[in-house]
Design a protein around this ligand. Structure first.
Ligand SMILES: Cc1cc2nc3c(=O)[nH]c(=O)nc-3n(C[C@H](O)[C@H](O)[C@H](O)COP(=O)(O)OP(=O)(O)OC[C@H]3O[C@@H](n4cnc5c(N)ncnc54)[C@H](O)[C@@H]3O)c2cc1C
Length: 337
């Protein structure tokens, strides 16, 4: 176990915020995790588990031990006629795992191509994109209980998955370290191509047969055209969740704003947060080193030397103005530290 002191986390968060960790270590095994936890306990330090840093906002230096999860490995556990079960180390890069699945013709996660971050963080907020969430292909995960140091298994029910939610963001927050995730993928794909943008690309390439590879390629092309690359402009993807409101509230807002988009769900009507933020006048606004992205208003950006607390304060102003204009409370998707 190699513990470093006073390390800048700028390269370890996609917002590119320059804040320090008092202690920093890379964990490549469960023993590393246990040793690091015992180091932190002796020093009475809080612990932060870090994956790719693509869903965090650093608002201050961390008087903590930051443990970067690099537990690797991709193992096929079993298969039957329809499915294959694969256990993937929490430190594997999500997109690399998606590419491995596609190479092996294992279907189910192709729509989730190019989401930044690690496999271990994927159940934290039940990552999703283009009509798919990981809960649909999730079998179980193994996690280290930070108190007992025992490995425990969680099935989908125990994870309490919701829209960008799981038990690990709520009741069990900061109590477990996810070590591996087992996925159940299909040998015969069921293509999910309902999204207009995916259909458009597939339509253009109609001479090609639809495959999990062609869907992945389409998703990658759409994401590259719409979302800023964190290597060029610091960001953490969607800053807020898309809110769901009641039918009654939706109709009330629609009487004033007839063009408001809305998608019926079991809980009510889901509204694109990007539309609300744009209507409130924030799209493309820049304030010194931070701002709201010019193409995608749901993405807050750091142009280089921005501070996390400036981004936080901007997010609060956006929340306030959307609340005042539409009576809708936006909830951040990003984890503030
Ligand atoms: C350009 C861009 C596009 C994005 N698009 C999407 C999208 O389409 N859909 C989507 O759902 N998300 C999206 N995101 C958000 C992000 O990619 C996901 O939330 C991703 O799963 C975060 O992974 P990470 O490894 O970077 O997590 P981190 O940011 O490192 O951590 C996030 C949280 O999980 C905790 N954590 C991380 N690993 C573990 C572990 N092994 N055990 C316990 N706790 C852990 C951390 O402590 C922290 O609280 C996007 C982000 C960016 C920058």
């Amino acid at each position: 176990m190699n513990i470093q002191e006073n390390i800048s986390l700028q390269a370890f968060n996609t917002f590119g915020i320059n804040k320090n960790a008092r202690f920093f270590t890379v964990c490549k095994s469960i023993d590393d995790l246990k040793d690091s936890l015992s180091f932190a306990a002796k020093k009475n330090l809080p612990v932060l588990i870090l994956g790719g840093g693509s869903n965090i906002l650093l608002t201050k230096d961390l008087e903590a031990l930051v443990m970067k999860n690099e537990l690797k490995g991709i193992h096929k556990i079993k298969e039957d006629k329809e499915y294959v079960w694969v256990e993937v180390g929490a430190g594997e890069i999500w997109h690399d795992w998606v590419m491995t699945a596609i190479e092996n013709n294992w279907a189910g996660i192709e729509n989730l191509s190019l989401i930044p971050g690690t496999v271990g963080a994927s159940p934290m907020q039940n990552i999703g994109a283009y009509g798919v969430e990981i809960k649909e292909v999730f079998e179980e995960l193994k996690a280290l209980n930070r108190k007992t140091l025992e490995i425990e298994k969680f099935d989908a029910e125990a994870c309490q998955f919701g829209y960008r939610e799981s038990v690990f963001k709520n009741e069990l927050k900061d109590q477990y370290i996810i070590c591996s995730v087992t996925f159940r993928l299909r040998k015969n794909p069921i293509f999910k191509t309902e999204y207009g943008a995916i259909q458009e690309i597939l339509e253009k390439n109609k001479s090609q047969k639809i495959s999990i590879k062609s869907i992945s390629d389409a998703v990658i092309a759409i994401r590259k055209s719409k979302l800023p690359n964190p290597k060029e402009i610091g960001n953490a993807g969607s800053f807020f969740k898309n809110p769901t409101i009641s039918n009654k509230q939706y109709e009330r807002i629609r009487s004033e704003y007839p063009q408001i988009p809305g998608y019926p769900t079991e809980e009510g009507i889901k509204i694109p947060a990007a539309w609300l933020i744009e209507q409130a006048g924030w799209k493309g606004k820049r304030f010194g080193e931070i701002g709201v992205h010019e193409k995608q208003p749901l993405v807050l950006v750091n142009y280089g030397k921005g501070e996390g607390k400036e981004v936080k304060s901007l997010s609060e102003k956006i929340q306030k103005s959307v609340l005042e204009k539409f009576g809708i409370q936006l909830t951040p998707e990003v984890n503030f530290l």
